[in-house]
Design a protein around this ligand. Structure first.
Ligand SMILES: C[S@@+](CC[C@H](N)C(=O)[O-])C[C@H]1O[C@@H](n2cnc3c(N)ncnc32)[C@H](O)[C@@H]1O
Length: 396
């Protein structure tokens, strides 16, 4: 199907939803009571997102925020409040009906917030040809839009182009647990339903890495629908465009503290727990970001860590029975690959089947933030405990 046909069908679908009052897409976790205090009902009732990318303490005062596929403007208006009167928000959308509602309400929201003038502007534009200058955006947000775009590679490149060096994104979207089959891809109706254009989490994250973003990781994950055996999830992801200027720093080495025994980052660099590794100034910039910072000891001189050191954070295999109950562990990033102390190799975004013994390990404080655990078993599983070890080709 030609990409312009998909784009037109999606646009028509959203214009129609607005005119009929149809509810679309997915559950979000907005605090509607709070939003109602400054955003008009006309905007709130056409909220078609699948997350709250502007509401996750990601937006900071004075920033310039871009919302790709801003719809009626709900996230732009929340970002407007959060950036304050000195900040700036740009919403882009391809659908005129959406833009008209957003435009109409911008002045009302500014008045409700007590701003002298609106700090939000809305423009007509496509996600794969963003009408914004290079290197100008502190934070890119988007809520349930990129799955609707036929050429995601171009969208990610555009995001990278407009982000300031040192900028970042927080995006909510729909992804699938397997490649969506052709009979759904070519169903134009299901494009608008956020199904046909969904890609796997791994493809989504790898697409962003290919565009240049780093430190990409999941910050939220919720199951949404299962259609023909394909699981669709709502996810929120964050990632960074590294600053250009070298930071003056004495740091030359990184030592992985744990809990993983080994990790591979998005540039293919490998780190072994406890072993100091020489790093570049770019690595220093990246490893100082929140998703990495807790994992590493960054030092001027090489520091070897072992299990006597309180900074060493290994979690060893649990002494627990191994039963298979349908659980899968999905590495949330920012590493593209990571190993535990039971020789599992987890790959970012890819579900790996695990037994109850591994589940105990992944639910410990050290591992929990780095995994999403799913259960794919249709019925309650009544399996007995088994003996397993990696050498027997088993799980643990
Ligand atoms: C599911 S709605 C979400 C709207 C808004 N983000 C929200 O949370 O309410 C998708 C929006 O993205 C816009 N959209 C879809 N594909 C687009 C594209 N390729 N370029 C620009 N806007 C697009 C649609 O017009 C629609 O307003």
């Amino acid at each position: 199907m030609p990409t312009d046909v998909i784009t037109q069908k999606v646009s028509d679908r959203y214009a129609k939803a607005v005119s009929t009052g149809e509810q679309m897409c997915c559950p979000t976790s907005y605090d509607m009571g709070h939003l109602k205090t400054f955003i008009p009902e006309e905007v709130l009732k056409i909220s078609y997102g699948c997350g709250t990318p502007a509401g996750l303490k990601t937006v900071q005062a004075g920033e310039t925020v871009l919302d790709i596929g801003s719809g009626g403007g709900i996230d732009c208006f929340e970002a407007s409040r959060l950036v304050g009167p000195t900040g700036h928000v740009i919403g882009i959308d391809m659908t005129d009906t959406m833009l008209e509602i957003a435009h109409r309400n911008a002045a009302r929201v500014a008045a409700n917030l007590g701003y002298p003038a609106s700090n939000v502007e809305f423009h007509k534009g496509l996600a794969d040809a963003i009408p914004v200058e290079d290197d100008t955006i502190d934070l890119i947000i988007s809520n349930c839009v990129i799955n609707l775009t036929p050429d995601k590679r171009k969208v990610f490149q555009e995001m990278y182009r407009v982000a300031k060096p040192g900028g970042r994104f927080t995006i909510s979207d729909i992804v699938s647990d397997q490649t969506v089959p052709q009979y759904l891809v070519h169903d134009t109706q299901k494009w608008g339903d956020c199904l046909s254009g969904a890609v796997t989490l791994t493809d989504y994250m790898n697409g962003m890495t290919a565009a240049g973003f780093l430190g990409i990781h999941l910050v939220k994950f919720s199951p949404w629908r299962v259609i023909d055996g394909i699981h669709f999830f709502s996810v929120t992801l964050t990632g960074y465009k590294l600053p250009l200027a070298p930071t003056a720093s004495l740091i030359r080495y990184a030592t992985l503290r744990g809990p993983f025994s080994r990790v591979v980052d998005e540039r293919g660099r490998k780190y072994q727990r406890g072993v100091p590794q020489p790093i570049s100034t770019d690595d220093v910039k990246l490893l100082s970001h929140p998703p990495f910072a807790d994992h590493f000891l960054l030092t001027a001189d090489p520091v070897v860590l072992d299990d006597h050191d309180p900074r060493w954070t290994a979690v060893f295999p649990a002494q627990a029975p191994c039963t298979w109950r349908g659980h899968y562990a999905l590495l949330a990033g920012p590493f593209v690959e990571a190993s535990d102390d039971d020789r599992h190799i987890y790959r970012r975004g890819e579900p790996l089947e695990i037994c109850s013994k591994t589940l105990v390990v992944l639910e410990t404080k050290g591992y929990k933030p780095h995994f999403v655990v799913l259960n794919r078993a249709g019925d309650r599983v009544s399996g007995e405990a088994v003996t397993c070890s990696p050498s027997e080709g088993g799980c643990c």
